[in-house]
Design a protein around this ligand. Structure first.
Ligand SMILES: Nc1ncnc2c1ncn2[C@@H]1O[C@H](COP(=O)(O)OP(=O)(O)OP(=O)(O)O)[C@@H](O)[C@H]1O
Ligand SMILES: [Mg+2]
Length: 405
């Protein structure tokens, strides 16, 4: 695993380390006897200082710096064993061979390089420093303390930093997911609202437009006729604006979807009777036959409301798209579900273009999704002879997740 990358903030620390370890080397050299070999009295000091200066490159090139420090340690050891006086004094104050800067190099190896290389180099430092082939109280503990302790400290700091990073990343991810869920819930609520508006307001407005049309046709008073026409035109305009508003609520990128189930305690009132819709249609002069049989009491209120919406949307559609057509509504409540069928014959006149074009064209699509959410199926389409049929089959109870398993 690779460690962190070096950064600019390392440089001041490295300059400080060069000054500090350089000062220690000068002090140790001043306190002990000089070297006496052919390389001069400061040969050992110069090698140590070269390691100190190489620390400036430690953040960017930790492995070459460590390799040079190891080379200096090996040369120092070789001189002490084979050529005393050349790089170490004949009678040195200390038998330690590792450069004083070793702990800083070890820490940065753990911090900045992959573990295998770091451990191999630190192992080499430890062996040279501890001299296991010639253990002594003077050099062995110092060799271990200068290498193993800084490595352990750096490993601990690195593990802690990785933990903090991963915790921060998890917190950020959780926050992003929370925002996403909130957005999705808001979009679903908007679409549910759009469906309700479509089902309820569109239905009422088309009735109003038809009432106004009938009033205009039936009245002999020109002023009343003009007023009725104004109401009709306003109603059609309101339908068009409603369509745009529904588009905004649903969002540009998706078809309407059914909203989530309402929490307990906020249930809507029980679904109204589809016969009321038929009565309203008849009141504006539509020819609608109606057959309702069976007992709705055993059916879920949600399913009853969905069946009601199917009749409502189909009647609205027949009014808009098939004016003057005979409409037959059949609702059968069975112990295990509801069958709804709304069929109309061919229209006897062309549809009012303003009224027919006032919708968003998604009423049946939204309805189909609503029926599917209730566990049922909806089919809708033209019939031979110019008629149109909408049929829905719904279960008595809305399936829950548990039903699927
Ligand atoms: N009873 C019907 N007779 C003839 N055509 C119909 C009938 N019902 C629906 N259609 C056709 O199916 C299309 C889709 O109907 P749908 O209810 O989805 O949209 P809409 O009524 O045009 O608009 P909206 O319901 O969003 O106000 C209609 O535009 C119409 O062409
Ligand atoms: Mg419609």
């Amino acid at each position: 695993m690779t460690g962190v990358r070096a950064n600019r903030s390392d440089l001041p620390w490295l300059v400080l380390a060069v000054v500090l370890f350089g000062a220690i080397d000068l002090a140790v050299h001043g306190a002990g006897p000089p070297t006496t070999g052919w390389a001069g009295p400061r040969a050992g000091l110069l090698l140590q200082l070269s390691v100190d200066v190489s620390l400036l490159l430690l953040a960017r090139h930790p492995v070459p710096v460590a390799s040079w420090a190891l080379t200096v340690a090996a040369l120092t050891l070789g001189s002490a064993e084979l050529a005393p006086g050349l790089l170490t004094p004949v009678d040195p104050a200390t038998h330690a061979v590792l450069p004083h800067a070793t702990p800083a190099i070890v820490v940065n190896l753990v911090r900045l390089t992959d573990r295998r290389r770091a451990f191999a180099l630190i192992g080499a430092f430890a062996v040279l420093g501890a001299k296991p082939w010639d253990p002594s109280w003077e050099s062995t503990p110092l060799g271990v303390v200068n290498t193993v302790l800084p490595a352990l400290a750096a490993l601990y700091l690195r593990a802690r930093r990785e933990l903090v990073d991963s915790l921060r990343e998890r917190a950020e991810r959780a926050e992003r997911e929370r925002l996403l869920l909130a957005e999705r819930a808001a979009a679903q609520e908007r679409r549910r609202l759009a469906e309700e508006m479509h089902d309820v307001v569109t239905h009422r407005l088309t009735l109003m437009v038809l009432h106004a049309g009938a009033l205009g046709v039936g009245s002999s008073d020109p002023a009343a006729r003009a007023a009725a026409e104004d109401i009709r035109v306003e109603g059609v305009g309101a339908l068009a604006e409603l369509r745009d508003l529904l588009g905004v609520l649903r969002g540009a990128d998706g078809p309407p979807v059914g909203g989530p189930a309402r929490p307990t305690g906020t249930e809507r009132p029980p679904a109204p009777d589809p016969r009321r819709l038929v009565a309203e249609a008849r009141a504006v002069g539509e020819s609608v036959s109606c057959q309702v049989d069976g007992d709705p009491d055993r059916i879920d209120p949600t399913v009853l409301r969905t069946a009601y919406r199917v009749v409502q949307e189909s009647l609205t559609n027949a009014r808009k798209h098939a004016p003057g057509a005979e409409v037959a509504v059949t609702v059968s409540y069975r112990p295990d579900g509801v069958d709804v069928r709304v069929a109309n014959g061919a229209p006897d006149r062309p549809p009012d273009r303003a009224l027919a074009g006032s919708g968003s064209g998604t009423g049946l699509l939204g309805l189909a999704q609503r029926v599917e959410l209730s566990g049922g199926a909806l089919r809708a389409g033209p019939e031979p002879g110019g008629g149109y049929l909408v049929g829905a089959t719904l279960p008595a109870h809305v399936p829950t997740r548990g039903d699927a398993g």
